[in-house]
Design a protein around this ligand. Sequence first.
Ligand SMILES: Nc1ncnc2c1ncn2[C@@H]1O[C@H](COP(=O)(O)OP(=O)(O)OP(=O)(O)O)[C@@H](O)[C@H]1O
Ligand SMILES: [Mg+2]
Length: 335
Amino acid sequence: MGTRDTDWEGVRLHVVTGKGGTGKTTVAGALALALASGGKKVLLMEVEGRQGIAQLFDVPPLPYAERKIAVAPTSLAEHPGDVFALVADPESALIEYLEMFYSMKLAGAALTRLGVFDFATTIAPGLRDVLLTGKAAEAVRRKGGGGRAYDAVVMDAPPTGRIGRFLNVSTEISGLAKVGPIRGHADTVQNVIRSPQTVVHFVTLLEEMPVQETLDGIAELRALGGIRAGAIMINMTRSLPLPASQLQAAADGQLDPDLIAVGLKAAGLDDSGQLAAELAAELAGQAKTTLGQQEQRDRLAEAGQPCYDLPWISDGMDLAGLYRLAAALRTQGAA
Ligand SMILES: Nc1ncnc2c1ncn2[C@@H]1O[C@H](COP(=O)(O)OP(=O)(O)OP(=O)(O)O)[C@@H](O)[C@H]1O
Ligand SMILES: [Mg+2]
């Protein structure tokens, strides 16, 4: 297959944020798989040191090293792609940076014991974050094999409440370290983050709180200027098999239990009427939830960003579920 048009042509760093527990790690993994389809190489990066990616892909805990963890889904006409993973921690990133910049050979453990890292982060509190974003920027820019080392980098990023500071930190560092290598490094990182190559996606559920955090997060990025909001990834969506015309009636409790009883009988379930009454009540509850979700959808739409639906995986999240989410993202044009 040739190239397909996706919503994120030219984007090479995908930052995935959202309210805690909404599925950032899961969606970042699915997006990495989706982007790797068709023979691409994608790096999936974790920055909070919780081994969420290893758990998600069902592999042993990952070190500070880039490891291939999955092969992308592929149609017969396509080449398979590869997803690599990296668990980045600021201490390792600092040692790597010092070794690279000063051509120093440092024994990581000794350096840490000497407290260089503590010292560095004390004089420059934002350094922790810039080391992590710096690692992502380095992977985005890295050359390899006559081209780019990676076609895309996906970052499982800090939650919405911290994302602005996390991504904007290089500016603070730049102010602190006015000259020298740190300044140069911070500027390079900002150039990647504030370029059209980088977008920030928001994972949300169709509930009041995560939707509010998403809208606040997008507004915060806009206020910072230059950092682009990407898609809104609506996770764990479920659809009620009721036509829109009956949804309101169901929510208002106007479903006729007698009709449900007839339906049950047709399905081979004999019922005294109690089951039908319970089903009607259950349906009314679900219809109310669905109507409430539509309201949240409308609020999200006002942000003006592309929205994708990721289905609720009812039988528990596993690799098969993850590939289903990746397929959903591809179908909707995310990759
Ligand atoms: N589409 C889905 N269907 C079913 N379960 C899901 C789906 N997406 C995520 N989950 C489950 O929800 C839980 C939270 O997901 P995940 O760990 O990805 O969230 P997170 O935002 O990264 O959380 P944290 O803020 O703790 O890092 C996990 O148990 C995950 O398996
Ligand atoms: Mg997570």
